[in-house]
Structures are given as C-alpha cells and as structure tokens.
Design a protein around this ligand. Structure first.
Ligand code: FRU
Length: 496
C-alpha cells in the first residue's frame, strides 16, 4: 500500500517521540495521545478480533493543529496498544485536515474509514472558511489508502439550505437489512443544527441525504459528532452541541453534550425525540462515539476534555494532551440514558478493601483507602433516619495543597464536582453541579480514578460527572466528611 511522505514522517516522529514519554506519566488505562494533541474518538470499531480506536491527532504540538488520525487497538477496551497514525492531511481535498469520522468492515474483509476532508477556501470578502466534504479510505487494520473518487459527498448531496462549511463527522453503520447508513453534522448558514441521514448499498455510492432532525435553536448551535442507533425499542441520538445556553442544572454554557431518546418514523424518515438529557454532567466530556460490541453491548467512548477547558494545560509540545473516557456500557431505564464502565475494567481490579456501616460525621480517613488508580463504590444514607444529614463530602487526589471533591446535598439533591484545588493554573471552569435524586434516601457513587482524571457514576449510572485532574501524583489521600451523620458502605480496588 502506498504511504505518503507526510504520513511516513508522522509515523517516524510519533514512534521516536512517543517512546520518550514514560508510562507513569500517562493515564494507566485510559487512552492518551501517543504524542502531541488528541481530540475526538474516531472510527471506534471491532475489526479482525480487536477493538480499533482512532482519534483526532496533531502529533507535532500539544495544541490543536491540522488533523491526522491517530490509531490504537485493544482486545479488552482497557489496555491499548498504539499503532502507526492512519491518516494524514496529504491530499489536495483534505490538505487542511482529516476531521472526525467512523469505520466499518466491508464484506471483502477490508476496513473502510469515512472522514471529513477539510479544505480552506478564501471568500470574496477575504475571509477564509473550511470547506467540508466526506471522504473514504480503505485498509487492513494498519495501513489505509484513500479512495481515488474522494470526496464522495459534498454540499450537493445535502437537503436544501445546508452550509458547505458545517458538514462533517460522518457516523456509519450497517443495518440489519445489510444497508449502509450514516448520519452527519450539518447546519443552516446561520448555524442552526441539522442531522442528515444517508443510505448506500455498498458504502461508496450514497443517496442524497435526508433531514433526520433540525434543532430550531433549542439546544445550542451546530451539533458535532452525531451518533444514531436503536437501543431496546427506542432510537437514540447522541451529539455534542456547540454554543449551548444553560438550562437549570441540565445544560451548561458552551460546548455540551446531548442525548435524545425517541422514535424513528420510517415513513417520514424523521426522528421524533421524547426525552432529552445531558450525557455527562461533569467538566471534561465531549464528542461521543459508540459501537455495538460483538456480544451486543452498546459501548460509548468520548474525548475526556472540553474545548472550553483546553487552554494551557501541558505546554511542552513533545508531551501528550488529551485522553479518552473509560468506555461505558449504555442502557435505557425509565426513558433515561444510563452509563456504566465496561465490565472488562473489573479484570484489572486488585486488593479489595471493604467497609460496612461506617459512621461518618466530621472528617475521617480509612485504612487502605487511598490511591490515584482506583475503582471505589460507596453507598450513603442517613445514620439516623430521624435526623437526615445535610451534606456529604469525599475528597480525593488529596495531599499538601491539593484535593478534588464530590459533595452531595440531599436537601436540594445536588451533587457537585469541584477540582479548584487540583493544581490547575488556569481560569477555566473548575466546578459543576448535577441534580441527583436519591434512591429511597440512599445515594451510590462509583468513582474511577486514573492519575489525571476522575469519573463518577452516580446511582448505577443515572448521572455521570467526569473531570480531568492536574494534581501531583503524590496527592493520593481520600477523606470522607459529613454535616449530620452518614452511614457509609464502601468497596475499593486498586486498578493495575
Ligand atoms: C469536535 C470537532 C469535530 C471535528 C473535529 C476537528 O470536537 O470540532 O466536529 O470534526 O473536532 O478536530
């Protein structure tokens, strides 16, 4: 297969520079960029016995730059092995970036990648805009050759009133009827989001797109990285809207995430949502992508970062920036999206420590409960039902001047994550709140820590709060405190 000079250079660079980053300076079981910058997960797929995960990648610096596709594989979704970068912006039609996309296996055994080719175009008034068109590449799980017919879809293939500058992030799947389908992000010229659905018999020739749903200014502006799938008897649209306005505790300003659950009306070809919610209520979570695993689980992964919180974290351009969340199994319960860490995570649990009915008021620590790579489940309730507690706090990654905390106020059902004292040196968002109704007076928290991140799964995954940490690795204490008296059960494992 012919590899361009540009891709060859990237592969040499990442090989040499990636090896200079010590294992201990990366997350232990979350995928981080091999070197340089990472954003969205791309091409999440199961191919020839392995999970493949590609990602938006600019190896030459720790800030966003012309997008390549980085590449990694895993047999268990937990331990990732880097493969050479898969795509570089090396053609005339994608010279300003190979933006986000997805992957599928073809009947002849090849893997097909579909991505957005970006080409900067100067307008009459001198401004420059990104022309976005969809492109293909075919490969064997290691090397990929771009299709000679690229680009395969452009603005002509969109319904009326769609902008050629907001047409990206194709997500492909093969239906039970063997037909290839794909959703992509589109928008009107004033950036009102539209999701367009395409069909194809072979994955190469596509019919003109049909409008699946339009935003009409309800949830932010352009909806990036859409994903559309059936789960149980419902259809789910996951997307990451830009420029959101806040709404109670459900949606926050800026880049957010959105889950719509509803019905697909085959007659009109439109999606009719019945329920909306944020996907993750924490700070660093964006650009989800899902797959159906061989055993039938719908698994989601996301960029564990948010555009609004990227500035100025790791400034050494030869280091890494950007990591993925833990892959999460999805389900629908009572019309709501639930998330739970993939069960494969349990295989790396070690050293179980368990406590029952611990009486918490004031601040306390527990023997054996510390660490920065842990999986811990706690369950709280009032120690005395006659006298409900007012507040419960768990501080972690604590030590010296550092801690990050989760706090819960049962009176107003608010769970807060606060990483103000995590070591961040920037005026970015450090706190966020979610509404968390208790389960018959009890609250369950599963907390996954992996060196530079915290992911909290609340009440069996009804809400999640995800955040990056900037904390020195020595800060590994965990404390519990309450106003009023709490009775706590706890199970904790180290993750190795
Ligand atoms: C989302 C996004 C996508 C785009 C990519 C570019 O984070 O803006 O819409 O394809 O990042 O890197």
């Amino acid at each position: 297969m012919k590899i361009s000079e540009k891709l060859e250079k990237v592969r040499e660079y990442e090989n040499a520079m990636g090896a200079r980053i010590a294992e201990e300076d990366r997350p232990a079981f979350h995928l981080s960029s091999r070197v340089g910058w990472m954003n969205d997960p791309n091409g999440f797929s199961f191919y020839q016995g392995k999970y493949h995960l590609f990602y938006q990648y600019y190896p030459y610096n720790t800030v966003w730059g012309p997008c390549h596709w980085g590449h990694a594989v895993s047999s268990d979704l937990i331990r990732w092995e880097y493969l050479p970068a898969a795509l570089a912006p090396d053609e005339e039609y994608d010279r300003d970036g190979c933006f986000s996309g997805s992957a599928v296996e073809l009947p002849d055994g090849r893997q097909m990648l579909i991505y957005t080719g970006v080409l900067k175009k100067e307008m009459e008034d001198g401004t420059v805009r990104d022309l976005q068109r969809q492109c293909l590449a075919f490969g064997d799980g290691l090397d990929y050759e771009k299709y000679e017919g690229n680009p395969i879809l452009d603005v002509e293939d969109l319904p009326e009133n769609c902008s050629p500058y907001e047409f990206r992030d194709p997500k492909i799947w093969v239906g039970e009827d063997g037909v290839y389908r794909m959703v992509a992000c589109c928008a009107t010229l004033n950036r009102d989001a539209k999701i367009v659905l395409f069909q194809s018999a072979d994955g190469v020739c596509w019919s003109k797109g049909k409008l699946l749903i339009q935003n009409f200014d309800r949830f932010g502006k352009v909806w990036e990285c859409p994903d559309f799938f059936r789960m149980e008897d419902k259809w789910v649209l996951l997307t990451s809207p830009m420029d959101m306005l806040p709404e109670g505790f459900e949606y926050h300003n800026g880049n957010g995430t959105l889950c719509l659950i509803g019905d697909y009306d085959a007659a009109s070809g439109t999606f009719i949502p019945q329920h909306d919610q944020t996907i993750d209520y924490g700070i660093d979570f964006y650009a989800t992508q899902t797959i159906l695993s061989p055993d039938g689980r719908r698994i989601m992964i996301a960029w564990m970062q948010n555009w609004d919180t990227t500035p100025g974290y790791r400034l050494d351009p030869t280091s890494w920036f950007g990591q993925m969340t833990i892959p999460r199994e999805l389900s629908i319960r009572e019309g709501r999206l639930y998330q739970w860490p993939v069960r494969e995570l349990e295989q790396i649990r070690r050293d179980r420590v368990c406590y029952e009915n611990v009486y918490v008021n004031g601040e306390m620590e527990l023997d054996g409960i510390r660490g920065r790579c842990i999986d811990m489940e706690i369950e709280l309730k009032s120690a005395d039902p006659e006298h409900p507690y007012q507040k419960f706090v768990i501080k972690f990654a604590a030590g010296g001047r550092y801690y990050t905390m989760l706090s819960y106020h049962p009176d107003d059902s608010i769970m807060k994550i606060d990483r103000k004292f995590s070591g961040s040196r920037r005026a970015i968002i450090h706190q966020r709140r979610a509404e968390v109704p208790s389960l018959n007076g009890a609250v369950k928290i599963r907390l996954i820590l992996d060196r530079y991140s915290a992911e909290a799964f609340i009440n069996e995954g009804a809400q999640t709060l995800t955040a990056n940490l900037y904390t020195d690795m020595e800060a590994e204490r965990i404390t519990f405190s309450a106003q009023g008296a709490v009775s706590m059960n706890l199970v904790k494992y180290s993750l190795v």
